[in-house]
Design a protein around this ligand. Structure first.
Ligand code: IVH
Length: 693
């Protein structure tokens, strides 16, 4: 069979297998067979680039360079819902609806409130054409490329279904608990900060610029709102049933009810049962089922009158606060942590809770011996949300007695200035090394600034240095770093390059394979490209992307170290905070000596030959605006290319602009302005061939 026909056939087959898997729950082939067909299609598509199709099942795997989010206006505003934690208000809602409908009978569709982020999907002729985040409700980010990687979202609906030619369907993108746990375990291993809950993880993932990352993270989606002209009928519930037939994942736990008692029964049932669901939920949503009745009830400025969200109470328990200790994290952030009498909460025994930061702690006005309320909400770590208020006389008695005994305990654990009239105060000095704490602009946390001497910070820096995205020294993890540090073998990451087999081998072990593996992976890291070395040395605020930009722009560590604030801030993507942090880093002689030692051990301190050759001054003195969506490179890559060739990328068009590098769907305002000023508009191919000549 010819290859083109085979591509079309494979796409059709894979779409059908997806449908059988996700909608009918009855796959007819194994995962392995599925992957096999997918690989065949991938191979054929790479041989036939002319057959590219954004809705091919292969697009599920994502790509590394497709992502720039354009802001797009919603066709219909994405409103939020009125919220309540209170049953009386649910009854009031029922009453208001009933009155609003002048006593006419109505049904309520009860649904789970999924705790993720809302998404609007647009379909035309059965194909997914656009996916937009809620944003501010009027406009959101176009995240289509990322959404395409979510396997439960159909890219193409089966032909011949009774769906309208154009429609919108909204729902929630979520990270199931299983994916969330796996992701956090990986991040812990890599020394990366953990996500507090599945919602944050889903939102961080969906905003990723790299859709192959999204594909790996196992997001899921439930759809709960069908909109558009020509949707099947007047019933919201029935419309979702139709959407389920078309291939969308619709919750099986929706119920149509006709009485308030049934609403409460639904709430009570799910308040308990939700713990057994594979995804996080934080309440139920109640919606008037008839679209005609919805229309007649209408909207307030912010939310529809025909729907309300009832939020589940986070589970709370009451216990006694015994002590507050201050933990210094690997980034230097100081977190107050409460030690309490053990108490049962959401199925586990809890004795520690976070107080987040100085502000939260101050607002709680805590004293040792206080009865406090602990809550376990969407976050994994329990938190103290307030004080329990016992009857007045009893309170006096217990707190006085408890305070006097517990004070000593805290006093000897911490510095004396944490307590003043027994109110617990935030520390001013690092409880580990004694440095005065600092606060960075815009951040709630206090930090220990002693990056080169305070043990937890040193450990954090070494862990960061060896992590996968930095030097990728993957033969050992945080425990080994701790061990080497405490045995006095390493004081900073440069010491890793002086470790010997004798030092790290267990004297009782006969087999030294493991030890050699460790030394080999340290040795191998000397080949890691410069941009990652720049990321690995741990300059505050210099993340992976900034390191890449800086490496490409300056070409060597020496040049980065010499760069002035002015030179740094004129680079796209390098703001004040990053620039001044770089200056501060290289002004510190300990850091400079550290970098020099790394140079001495043979780490890469400049960009590779190939990259060097790729640099030129072809765009010297040119000011260039980028607009639209590109095929060959991402927008960031074009920015870097411009900089590598001596040009300057700016955000808006003016008389000084030399040309506009335009992709598809260039913004209309920009186009008009460029035309008015007679500025050349260059497409991708023209731009790339300009650099090649
Ligand atoms: S309906 C106009 N149904 O909750 C009605 N929303 O507070 C639009 N949510 O922004 C929303 N589960 O992100 C609806 N079954 C559900 C939901 C749900 C979760 C989220 C959604 C929305 C927020 C409203």
């Amino acid at each position: 069979m010819d290859e083109i026909k085979r591509i079309l056939q494979l796409r059709e087959e894979l779409h059908q297998h997806n449908y059988r898997y996700y909608v009918e729950n009855s796959p007819v082939i194994s995962d392995q067979e599925f992957d096999f067909l997918m690989h065949e299609l991938q191979d054929l598509e790479s041989k036939h680039p002319e057959m590219a199709d954004a809705n091919s099942p292969t697009q599920r795997v994502g790509s590394d360079l497709n992502n720039e989010f354009e802001t797009v206006a919603h066709t219909r505003p994405m409103l939020s819902l009125g919220n309540t934690y209170n049953r009386q208000e649910v009854a009031d809602f029922w009453q208001r609806v009933s009155e609003g409908l002048m006593g006419a009978p109505f049904q309520i569709c009860c649904e789970l409130k999924f705790d993720g982020l809302s998404i609007s999907l647009h379909y035309e002729d059965g194909c997914l054409v656009r996916a937009v985040t809620r944003g501010d409700g009027a406009q959101g980010d176009d995240v289509t490329a990322n959404i395409r990687t979510i396997r439960s979202i159909p890219l193409r609906l089966p032909a011949g279904g009774d769906y309208p030619r154009q429609f919108e369907i909204r729902g929630e993108v979520l990270m199931p608990w299983s994916s969330f746990d796996r992701l956090n375990a990986e991040r812990e291993q890599d020394g990366e900060p953990l996500f507090a809950n599945p919602r944050n993880a889903a939102s961080g993932t969906l905003k990723s610029k790299n859709s192959s990352t999204v594909a790996k993270r196992g997001l899921d989606a439930y759809l709960y709102y069908l909109l558009g002209d020509g949707i099947p009928g007047d019933g919201h519930y029935q419309n979702l049933e139709a959407a389920a037939r078309w291939g969308f994942q619709i919750s099986k736990n929706m119920r149509l009810v006709s009485t308030l008692d049934e609403v409460f029964a639904y709430i009570d049932y799910w308040d308990k049962e939700r713990r057994n669901l594979p995804v996080a939920t934080d309440g139920v949503v109640l919606k008037v089922n008839s679209l005609a009745q919805q229309k007649s009830l209408g909207m307030t400025a912010k939310s529809p009158r025909w729907a309300i969200a009832y939020k589940f109470q986070a589970e709370q328990a009451e216990t006694t606060l015994r002590q507050v200790v201050f933990q210094v994290g690997r980034t230097g952030a100081v977190t107050p942590v409460a030690n309490m009498d053990p108490v049962q909460l959401a199925g586990t025994q809890v004795r520690r809770a976070t107080l987040h930061n100085a502000e939260v702690m101050a607002s709680l006005d805590l004293h040792v011996g206080d009865r406090v309320l602990v809550e376990k909400g969407g976050e994994i770590i329990p938190k103290i949300v307030g004080k329990a208020v016992p009857p007045a006389p009893e309170r006096q008695k217990t707190t006085d007695k408890q305070r006097s005994t517990a004070e000593g305990k805290v006093n000897c654990q911490l510095t004396t200035d944490t307590i003043q009239n027994s109110r617990i105060k935030f520390v001013e000095y690092c409880p580990v090394c004694g440095s005065k704490l600092v606060r960075y602009e815009g951040e709630a946390a206090y930090y220990c600034p002693n990056e080169t001497e305070c043990p937890p910070l040193i450990l954090g820096r070494i862990e960061h240095f060896i992590s996968r995205k930095a030097m990728n020294i993957n033969s050992f993890g945080p425990e080994t770093v701790d061990d080497y540090y405490h045995r006095g073998l390493i004081h900073d990451a440069a010491d890793l390059y002086e470790l010997t087999e004798e030092q790290i081998a267990n004297p009782f072990a006969t087999d030294r394979k493991g030890v050699r593996k460790i030394l080999a992976s340290i040795e191998q890291s000397k080949q890691v490209p410069f941009e990652r070395v720049l990321f690995a040395i741990g300059i505050r605020f210099v993340g992976e992307i900034a390191a890449k930009t800086l490496a490409r722009y300056y070409g060597s560590m020496e040049k980065v170290a010499e760069a002035s604030l002015e030179s740094l801030t004129q680079i796209n993507g390098i703001g004040e905070a990053i620039a001044s942090s770089i200056i501060r880093y290289f002004a510190n002689s300990v850091n400079r000596a550290f970098v020099e030692r790394l140079r001495g051990y043979g780490l890469q301190m400049e960009i590779g030959e190939q990259q060097k050759q790729a640099r030129s001054n072809k765009l010297e003195g040119q000011t260039i605006v980028i607009s639209g969506v590109f095929q060959h490179h991402s927008r960031d890559e074009y920015k870097a290319l411009i900089e590598q060739h001596g040009g300057k990328n700016v955000g808006s068009i003016s008389a000084k602009t030399n040309f506009v590098l335009a992709g598809e769907n260039m913004g209309p305002a920009k186009l008009e302005k460029a035309q008015k000023l007679g500025i050349r508009i260059m497409n991708e191919d023209e731009f790339l061939s300009l650099l090649e000549t």
